[in-house]
Ligand binder design. Structure first.
Ligand code: PEP
Ligand code: MN
Length: 357
């Protein structure tokens, strides 16, 4: 009995090796077909051809496997063959760590984002006037910071809410940034405004509502400016990564990802800050990651704890909104910090940064 089991096992081993040789021989043929298809710009997946192959195989099937089992096994073999034919970027995205193990470092006016040192973005939700923007810029400058934010084109839930000053807002930002030697981060909502914006802005922000505006992403991929891409309101991490891939695939790899909270059933905060997205994105991609504590929490009392958590978990920087007089702000008045609060916030943040080393 023992010896017949041994014999059968030996036979099984031999058959396994034959199958191995056959599937690899098949793979080589598949690769050759793939090369011909690439030259002729033909689609790799051909469902009609797959159906023909399955029909031929099952018509010769004499068992003991059922046709459905045979189809299942061969479909796995076909799938593996297709992956072999597919271009590299399908297997490893350009934004992935697999493709580029080292961190992307973004250089803006003398600072390096993604290189270990933290760089934060502060400024008003919206640019409302020269004075309002300049007051915040002064406070940013006094802290030795470089990045000033301010919305000129505001994507608002209601069409009757303040929509931003548009190009006039960009002009104010540029003037203030030049006066205080700062770099400007500002949102652009449509491809046609990108051309204008490059003259005024140092980092183009693509907002949460536009994370899957694919034409905007493609256009952002064609300009020579860093892009700060925010996570969509209900976007999965995979969708977020693919949105960044749209930009890099068109040639622009200077992308900063920004986690800004996602929509969940929780109502205690404006959105739910997905803090673990930071290490996930760090692991999956080589891009720098910032955390927007204003739009994720929507609560002034949570800005500091959320920012501390973000730094501790490995974010490259924080984004938060600051307004000289939040009570009269034209947008997000409930969560912008006034300047004394900002001073205190920043003091505690840098204290933590020192302790984190
Ligand atoms: C903003 O940063 O001004 C903004 C509108 O944020 P989000 O796109 O994340 O809502
Ligand atoms: Mn805002």
């Amino acid at each position: 009995m023992g010896s017949s089991l041994d014999t059968l096992r030996k036979q099984l081993d031999e058959v396994n090796l034959e199958i191995l040789e056959l599937i690899n021989r098949r793979a080589e043929i598949v690769q050759q077909i793939g090369q011909i298809k690439s030259k002729q710009s033909m689609k790799k997946f051909d469902p009609v051809r797959e159906r023909e192959m399955l029909d031929l195989i099952t018509s010769h099937n004499t068992g003991p496997f059922e046709n459905s089992t045979i189809e299942h096994i061969f479909k796995e073999i076909f799938k593996a063959g297709l992956e072999l034919q597919e271009d590299d970027h399908r297997k490893a995205l350009l934004v992935s760590r697999k493709k580029q193990p080292e961190n992307t470092v973004i250089r803006i006016k003398g600072i390096e984002i993604g290189n270990g040192k933290k760089h934060h973005v502060f400024g008003p939700c919206a640019v409302e006037s020269y004075e309002q923007t300049a007051q915040v810029a002064k406070s940013v400058k006094e802290k030795g910071l470089k990045l000033l934010r301010g919305g000129a084109f505001k994507p608002r839930t209601s069409p009757y809410d303040f929509q931003g000053l548009g190009v006039e807002g960009l002009e104010i930002l540029k003037r203030v940034a030049d006066e205080y030697d700062l770099a400007v981060v500002s949102e652009i909502v449509t491809p046609k405004d990108l051309e204008i914006a490059v003259d005024y802005v140092d980092v183009i922000q693509i907002g949460a509502r536009n994370m899957q505006n694919f034409e905007l992403l493609k256009a952002a991929g064609q300009i020579d400016k860093p892009i700060l891409l925010k996570r969509g309101l209900s976007a999965t991490i995979s969708e977020f990564i693919n949105a960044a891939e749209y930009i890099i695939s068109r040639g622009n790899g200077n992308i900063i990802l920004c986690e800004r909270g996602i929509r969940t059933y929780e109502t205690a905060t404006r959105n739910t800050l997905d803090i673990s997205a930071v290490p996930v994105l760090k692991k999956e991609t080589h891009l720098p990651i910032m955390v927007d504590v204003t739009h994720s929490t929507g609560r002034r009392d949570l800005l500091l704890p959320a920012a501390k958590a973000a730094l501790a978990i490995g974010a490259d920087g924080i984004m938060a909104e600051v307004h000289p007089d939040p009570a009269v702000a034209l947008s997000d008045s409930a969560q912008q910090m006034d300047i004394p609060t900002f001073d205190k916030f920043y003091e505690e943040l840098t204290d933590l940064e020192r302790r984190l080393g």
